[in-house]
Design a protein around this ligand. Structure first.
Ligand code: MG
Length: 381
């Protein structure tokens, strides 16, 4: 079997897909969505396609090594996102070739369902915001039986903020706990927009509502700053959606900088690397909660690894991940879980006329609201 054709599509906002077709007619799908750099990743895939055409798609590890190492310059979001999508598509092809789910080729499943969390939260205490938060919570509880939710402190955060600004977020957090009760998990994504000192202060204010974790309290570049926060906060801290490959997670492990890690299946190096990062984390008693804020191909890829590693805690799931209108059979959440995928490859079939189209969403894909402080300086969003 050889790789015959590589195509790319962008069928939805924040969704870049790669389709690899073999000379035996098997098709594998991957997702290369890189928020903010869509054309760069597209170009990287075009360059890598020249290497892949005519090659055996089943030698996944060899291709991973070639793509990662052979061009001398390694890593970076653009190359790693392109590599991730290609790796996913090759696992999809392998599973379909051997007629088993991809996780079956990685030692088999260790669980029979995948626990997920939804995005839900109270943005502010205005009547309108409370009303819409209540409506979404009821929908999530009724339709999916979710028992874990994530939100974050909305808006810009300077190096320090007055009590009124902090208290507004704290009150939202405690109101959420009241609404969902003690039988649910609530977690917060600080989106890397606080200083270590402010993050510690805010975490102390919310500790009484017992969060499951706070994610990216500070940006990703400085592991010592992250560890400082972890050491001063009495509940778990998480990070990892912007870290790429085992090498960028190494310090996190060696310094015991967090409790949980959140590698992204479409950025960190695909299914192959997600599993290796998870296996490394096991040594440090860290659990994985793969990051996935994009489409159903990336989400399905994460679930293949979630199925097979013992130190899996919970999978991030945004609405788009379920594949409504893109998958022939969208993923269904019941009691806060998705049944273990059983179909060959990554476990889904895309609707060709929906998936194989290009919608011009380039402006939307540039990523990030562009935030500025009152004095015109750049703020993190
Ligand atoms: Mg995040």
């Amino acid at each position: 079997m050889k790789i015959a054709k590589i195509e790319q599509f962008y069928p939805r906002k924040r969704m870049r897909l790669i389709k690899i077709t073999t000379d035996t007619g098997i098709i594998g799908w991957g997702e290369t969505t890189l928020e903010g750099k869509p054309r760069s990743t597209w170009g990287a895939v075009e360059e890598l396609a020249d290497y892949l055409i005519g090659k055996d798609p089943l030698t996944i590890e060899h291709h991973w090594q070639h793509i990662y190492r052979s061009a001398f310059f390694r890593g970076g979001n653009v190359l790693m996102s392109a590599l991730s999508g290609i790796d996913q598509a090759l696992w999809d092809i392998s599973g379909k070739h051997f007629d088993v789910p991809a996780y079956q080729l990685m030692g088999g499943a260790v669980r029979n369902k995948i626990r997920v969390y939804a995005h839900w939260g109270i943005r502010d205490l205005s009547e309108k915001s409370l009303e819409s938060a209540r409506a979404r919570l009821e929908k999530l509880q009724k339709q999916g039986g979710y028992k874990a939710f994530k939100t974050g402190p909305a808006g810009k955060w300077r190096a320090h903020e007055p009590p009124a600004r902090i208290d507004q977020f704290v009150k939202c957090a405690y109101t959420m706990r009241e609404w969902v009760g003690d039988d649910c998990e609530i977690c917060f994504d600080f989106h890397g927009k606080m200083t270590p000192a402010l993050a510690v202060e805010v975490c102390h204010e919310i500790k009484g509502m017992r969060p499951m974790f706070v994610e990216e309290p500070v940006p990703q570049e400085n592991v010592d700053a992250l560890k400082h926060v972890s050491d001063h906060v009495p509940f778990p801290i998480a990070t990892g959606e912007r870290l790429l490959s085992r090498w960028e997670f190494r310090q996190i492990f060696e310094k015991n900088a967090v409790a949980y890690i959140q590698p992204d299946g479409s950025h960190a190096g695909g299914i192959s690397e997600l599993k290796r990062i998870a296996n490394m984390a096991e040594v440090y008693y860290m659990h994985i909660m793969p990051h996935c804020a994009i489409g159903p191909v990336a989400f399905s890829s994460c679930m293949q690894v979630d199925a097979t590693v013992p130190n899996f805690l919970i999978q991030e799931q945004v609405d788009a991940g379920l594949g409504e209108d893109l998958l022939k059979e969208p993923w269904v959440v019941k009691d806060g879980h998705i049944d273990l995928p059983t179909k060959p490859g990554l476990g889904f079939e895309l609707i060709p006329e929906e998936a194989e189209q290009n919608i011009n969403t380039y402006e939307e894909e540039l990523g990030g609201e562009h935030y500025y402080e009152n004095d015109g300086s750049v703020a993190d969003w």
